[in-house]
Design a protein around this ligand. Sequence first.
Ligand SMILES: Cc1ncc(COP(=O)(O)O)c(C=O)c1O
Length: 390
Amino acid sequence: MSPSAARPASQPGPPDQPSSPDARLYNLCAGPSVFPDEVLQQIREDLWNYRGTGLGIMEISHRGPAFDELLADTQAAIRRLAKIPDDYSILFMTGGSTAQNFLVPLNMLPPGGTADYIETGYWSQRSVEDCRQAGYAPHRAFSGRDTQFRRIPADSELRFSSRPGYVHYTSNNTIYGTQFHRIPRVPEGVPLVCDACSDIFSRPIDISRYDLVYASAQKNLGVTGVTLVIARNEFIERGRTDIPRMLQYRTFAREESPPNTPPHFSIYTVNLMVHWILRQGGLEAMAARNAEKARILYDALDASGFYRPHADRTGPDAVWGSRSLMNVVFRLPTEQLDDLFVREARQAGFDQLRGHRATGGVRASIYNAFPKDGCTEFARFLVDFERRHA
Ligand SMILES: Cc1ncc(COP(=O)(O)O)c(C=O)c1O
């Protein structure tokens, strides 16, 4: 296959080939990540004149009717998409998912209190460390460190402490390419908190099982700068009141309008993405489409003795084991081949494939907006590269 065969007709031309100024690559970045073409085109229009206001979306005031309407519509669309009942609040915060690492314990734990963490990768390690640094005593209910974070634990492996303030887990491990395909079972009455940064709205979510779910936008939800928090009102109200106002969840839940200037462009992109998912058929349709895409890549990897996927193929889930449907992480036989693969892939039109420094190798992130055709083309590239270099 010639490199040019890997280019989609709508995204012609890697930069080192003759191409039009509009040339685009398949974006397999772990985040900030790919947008659907139709959403990008809508943004292009709205940058100039947002829905007849005569102002671009970046210029409108957060105290005006256009933003009020945008905010209300975004919240309503999220409720519709994920079936969020009225006793949960939908908040738009800043500081990324990383800030939630200290905001959750700060709000929900008494000074020095304990929460349980299911440590399945880099980001959940960070959650534990940040909780400790904020002055609390996190307990690891599980750690996958000894097995290089290749696998997701079964419920029977979780060892909870006696009275944790909450249990925290990361539903998709962006760096190691593992994912929970079920919600972990936690002790009766203990609140469950989830970092869903890299798989939010990639499949249906049963929000009633959670007290708080957070996800910064830059993977499945929109552009970086805003963090979506969905939290049970009763949980929010139980939070501490003796911490600064802007660190309390209730400040964001209660205010009629946002408590300070919000990242309104980012919220606007979340609005477009949520409506795009609704137009695709909602979360069930997204789940089916994401499974199909991931299947194409894992089948190609499994058919080869050359590529070595990082995540365990076996595990608590009968179909996927511990494998992520969002981030497909694998290695080649040598680091030199890893490098060559990433370089040649870019020339063939597939960008941002280098694995995180913690794993090395290759990471193909195929979030909601990544097209199925891109997976098919990339699977062909895998076969072709192996034929030429194995
Ligand atoms: C699972 C997960 N949690 C947390 C983060 C940190 O997010 P942010 O950079 O928005 O703070 C990331 C970033 O990639 C992530 O993948």
